[in-house]
Each structure stands twice: as C-alpha cells, then as structure tokens.
Design a protein around this ligand. Structure first.
Ligand code: CP
Length: 306
C-alpha cells in the first residue's frame, strides 16, 4: 500500500484511504517505540532537513526523534543561528541546503503557503510542520490517532474544537481530517475568535462551553495565540477563562465521559485549568507519545515512495 500524495502539505483534499494508511502504519511504529531498542533501519541512507523558521518544542523534537528512530540522517536548521541573519533569502537558503543532496524537508514557517512554495523550488518531498494560521497536518493526524486509540473509532464521533479558532492551524487540519474520517465536528469560541464563514467547512458552532461539553464525545482545547494578537479579540484572559475555560466544574456539571485533548503548549489557568490538564479526562502526554509514531509513519510512507 502506498499514499496518493507525494507531499504532506495539509489535510484538505487528502483522501480517506491515505489518512487511514497513515494511522494504521503509526500503530506499527507505536509498537516499535515500546521495544528496548526503539530503532528500525527503514530510512537508512535518506537525508532529512528540519527547516524551522518558527519556535517549536513538540513538533521539532518529535520529527527529529522520528527520523532517528527510522535511521535517517538528520539536519536541523533554525533561523537564530543561520545565515538568514546575514540577509540570505528563503529561496537561496533552500537551494543551498538542497545542493547538499537532501531527500525530504520538514518545514515550519510563520507564513501560510510556504510548504506549497517549497514544492515549486525543491525536488524534495515536503512535510508541513505548521504554516502560519493555515494547517498543521501531523498534529491533526496524531490527534485523530489518539482519539481512535482511546475510543476505538472516529466515524460518527462528536468532536468539538474549543478556543482561538481564527489563529489556529491545528483547528483547520483537525476539521478537514476529522470530517474526512466521518466525525461530526463543531467549534466553540467567542464570535471574535471564529473565522468568517467557518460554517462553510461543515462544522456546527457553539458559543456556550457547557453545551459544547455536554453534546460532544471529545473536546480538543486550543491555546489563545497571543503572539498572533489574539489578545485583542477578548476583554481579558481572566474573562476568557471564566466563560470558555475547561475546568473540573464544567466537566463534572456537563459530561463525565468527555475526552480532553490539547495540542500544547498549554497556558494553565487560561484555556484549561491545571486540575483538568493533569487530571483523568485528558490524554495530553499520550498525544505527544503518539506524535512520534505518526511522524515515523508519514516519513516512512513518503520517504519510501518511488
Ligand atoms: N503542538 C505544537 O505544534 O507544539 P510546538 O509548537 O511546541 O511544536
């Protein structure tokens, strides 16, 4: 079995068979991660560059670890210690890196569309590790994997994405992926944190967190992206927490069977209370563990295509 896609730029238009294949392949790699020697020779001889123009903890380390677990050769590029600081353009940087004979590029960038642009200027296989407010496909894949692992299915599941939807690439990738896999997707946020015409993606809208928690099986909680000016969309973080924060009270009043996800990083006491972030309803660190397996699956499937 092989993928229909050559690059992973987003989950929009990725067929169900491809998502299914990535999730199933990740199950095999999840088992590898439990072995005493957590390494396979699958991508020996493949060179991968992690091109990170924006900060990251989970995604960057998780890709790097996945590459090492697959025995690939890995290069790490970050802007802070590169010749970008000397005025080199993005295109020149990429062409110089490509001249070193690399096979795959994992890219995170603050501008939407950069992974698509890379497919025009590079012959490498491109994986989007988050582009601006656009998409973060491996995050959505690991979220779907984690839900399926815990509940056993995605089809017909009610999943609500809560928080700063308008600045979120995680939200869009989750909406596309979950709908393709048959889930019923909703969003819950103040009107100022929702993109115009969000309904066009086939999602239901909640403005009441109690209803959202009561009527869903899964809630995926998003951080307020203050670095993208999201603070201007609400009166204060305290008010946001009072009306939209996921707390023990909200869960216990409305739905004790709820499953809570969060892509991280968490802002404790804002979108989620510490009680919930460390409590029995959440699977936040399982998501991080599964992220390595999902990235191994994506790298393996794209890296072994002819
Ligand atoms: N979830 C996520 O993308 O986290 P990082 O920004 O730390 O990679």
């Amino acid at each position: 079995m092989s993928l229909n896609i050559k690059h992973l730029l987003g989950l929009k238009d990725v067929p169900k068979n491809d998502i299914q294949l990535i999730l199933d392949t990740a199950t095999t790699f999840r088992e590898v991660l439990e072995r005493p020697i957590k390494k396979v020779p699958t991508l020996k001889g493949t060179t991968i560059v992690n091109l990170f123009y924006e900060n990251s903890t989970r995604t960057r380390l998780s890709f790097e670890l996945a590459e090492k677990r697959l025995s690939a050769d890995t290069l790490n590029f970050t802007t802070s210690n590169s010749s970008t600081k000397k005025g080199e353009t993005f295109k020149d940087t990429v062409r110089n890196i490509e001249a070193m004979k690399i096979d795959m590029i994992v890219v995170r960038h603050q501008s939407a569309g950069v992974p698509h642009y890379l497919t025009k200027i590079s012959n490498a296989s491109i994986i989007n590790a988050g582009d601006g407010r656009h998409e973060h496909p491996t995050q959505a894949l690991l979220d779907m994997y984690s839900i399926r692992e815990k509940i056993g299915k995605l089809n017909n599941l009610n999943v609500c994405i809560v928080g700063d939807i308008s600045h979120s690439r995680v939200a869009l990738s989750n909406i596309f992926g979950l709908i393709t896999m048959g889930a019923k997707v909703s969003v819950c946020a103040p009107p100022t944190m929702l993109p115009k015409n969000i309904e066009q993606f086939g999602v239901k809208i909640f403005h009441d967190i109690n209803k959202a928690v009561a009527e869903n099986d899964v809630v995926n909680v998003l951080r307020i992206q203050l670095e993208r000016d999201a603070g201007n969309t609400i009166p204060s973080l305290r008010e946001y927490h009072n009306y939209f924060g996921i707390t023990g009270d909200v869960i216990e009043r409305n739905n004790k069977d709820i499953l809570i996800l969060h892509p991280g990083p968490i802002n404790r006491g804002v979108e989620i209370s510490s009680e919930v972030a460390d409590g029995p309803y959440q699977i936040i660190l399982d998501q991080v563990t599964n992220g390595v397996a999902i990235r191994m699956a994506v790298l393996y499937l794209l890296g072994t295509m002819n």
